[in-house]
Design a protein around this ligand. Structure first.
Ligand code: MN
Length: 200
């Protein structure tokens, strides 16, 4: 069985950048539903209920075809949200350090150029999905838009950090102003966690 992880901080800890009400709806509503649906669709497939969501997303071809899309969507939803809660934190922001900053500078010129490119990419994502910073098997960083709950894990990319661009992630506070949400997001990025993800 899969379980909803607690947030690693309180629901109001990301104010004013992400409001308390959005965190409740997002975590207790949306994330919880992915977990419930994943358990429901896998009931009767016990061998798949006891593996890590990451393993599930890496080997979707092993999931029976008739439940594969539901598993992809809900395992993705569960894994991505668990990842997202840790990539943000109260009093986050600033700049990445160490190997992550080196790679960002190498791949995108400098941190500010990277931020611009990431924002442009996030604004260009049509509909629901996520913008990812990923590292390829050859060590090169890349910004990637993926729709819905499609996972970088399923295409052999290691996620470093991400922003959730489903409207449920920002609509209560930011309405249709996705750009304002992206600008606010830089204030809560947990760059230490991003570097851990890079080195994992
Ligand atoms: Mn979400």
């Amino acid at each position: 069985m899969y379980a909803l992880p607690d947030l690693p901080y309180s629901y109001n800890a990301l104010e004013p950048f992400i409001d308390e009400q959005t965190m409740h709806v997002h975590h207790d509503g949306h994330h919880a539903t992915y977990v419930k649906n994943l358990n429901d669709v896998l009931s009767g497939h016990n061998e798949l209920l006891n593996i890590d969501t990451k393993e599930l997303l890496k080997s979707l071809d092993k999931v029976p075809e008739e439940i594969r899309t539901k598993v992809k969507n809900n395992a993705g939803g569960h894994f991505h949200h668990s990842f997202f809660w840790r990539i943000i934190k109260p009093n986050g922001g600033g700049e990445p350090k160490g190997r992550l900053l080196e790679l960002i500078s190498k791949n995108f010129k400098d941190f500010n150029s990277f931020k611009e490119k990431f924002k442009d990419s996030a604004l260009s994502l049509f509909g629901s999905g996520w913008t990812w910073l990923i590292v390829n098997p050859d060590g090169k960083l890349e910004i990637l838009n993926l729709p819905n709950q499609d996972s970088p894990i399923s295409v052999d990319k290691t996620p470093v950090f991400t922003i959730d661009l489903w409207e449920h992630a920002y609509y209560l506070k930011y309405k249709n102003k996705r750009a304002d949400f992206i600008d606010a997001f830089w204030n809560i990025v947990n760059w230490e966690q991003a570097e851990k993800n890079l080195n994992s």
